[in-house]
Design a protein around this ligand. Sequence first.
Ligand SMILES: [Zn+2]
Length: 478
Amino acid sequence: MADKESDLGLTVKKDQDFSEWYHQLLAKADVLDQRYPLQGFPAYGRFGFPAHDRIIKILEDLLDASGHEKCYFPLLVPESLMSKEKQHIRGFEKEVFWVTHGGLEKLNERLAIRPTSEMPMYETIRNWIRSYNDLPLKIYQSCTVYRYETKHTRPLLRGREILWNEAHTSHATREEAAAQIVEGVRIYKELFRRICIPSLFLNVLDVFAGAEEAIEPYGIYPDGRGLEIGSVNNLGQRFAKALDVKFKKEDGTDDYAYQTCYGISMRLLATVISVHGDDHGMVLPPEIAPVQAVIVPIVFKGKEKEVLDACQKVEKQLRDAGVRVRLDDSANTAGYKFNHWELRGVPVRIEIGPRDLEKSSFTLVKRTGGKKSAKLADVVKEVTKAFGEIFSEMSVKAEAYQKARIRDAATITAIKEFLDTGFARIAWCGKLECAQKLEKNVEAGLLGHEYEAPVPHGKKCIICDSAAKHYGYVGRTY
Ligand SMILES: [Zn+2]
């Protein structure tokens, strides 16, 4: 990483070839390094992992604030446990990595490396839950899960080692579990708002293995393709019955817990990068940027010391104010430094040169555009204000981005036309057979209908012409 050539910048424009742009950006901006000799297992770099980690931290804070508790459960799952819920194991059987040996010894029982953590979690919490007084139980963990992806792997979007956060809840009644789904979606929507990505939540047709109902947020990428970037699942009592997660009710009788689970992965970072990045590199919301402000001294002969002193003073002030700041006092040229930090998505650049100092000023440049001169005495205030502006600008951009990628289609021809740039929204009766018919016709999936969307009153299903119940979303996916 950080080869000299990486600082030559991107050689392709985002609009021309999104896929190439994306791969170049991830490598050149130190987001991740795919040279590790194992497919689907990239190394995460200095400008990738901290950004992902901050997204997860925001989520953890939201989960904590809504009564979830942080825990950790084992990575390995005995095959006998993994097989307890039939639909679950069937859904994952092609994707599980198995551990068969411990050192030179062949193990008596194969061990699954968790593709998700329902089994180790529920096997454990059934001992934590005795009566209705122990419910609801809302827990989460931030960890890695492993899936032997056979589809084309794509960094951050489809890998074999997944960095994620999974929350699991157990409840005394079906109603409480249903309410928890609403809270799960609300938490994710708030997370998306904070990191400036558009949210499209669908009640999907293709549900998580073992779930009764799934609501999934979708990301739509600049090449028009989409991908689910999380899921919120209502598990009903299926897992509780398979794993004996029982509790005593108020009336003294026994019942199985009603469960939900929801997960979010590093696909969120992929979405932030894809929606906001430009031909110069990443554009990151200040809240998740590993470096929020960079100071670049503009040096002229004879004034070096004066300029550097001023830069160091500003660095200290910003650091004391809690800003993640970097002073780039390397021997590189100012132009080189501008490109280097723009590529890595640093939200604010501060330039200080002799001419600025004559006026006790500095120059502030926002990654989202805009340049101004301000008083050195106000540097903390000005940088903080710029962060707020950048957040607002990125939020507006996210909304516009989404609007441009979802279009209402009333005919098959229109759907096909729209699929090259995004998703088509259609009036749909909600029947599976209409979805299947449509999929054959347009060679793209009817992914589901919009969560909590208004009913399309007076509209007819685009396939069967009966009354439409939902707005369905049709899109190509990775
Ligand atoms: Zn229909």
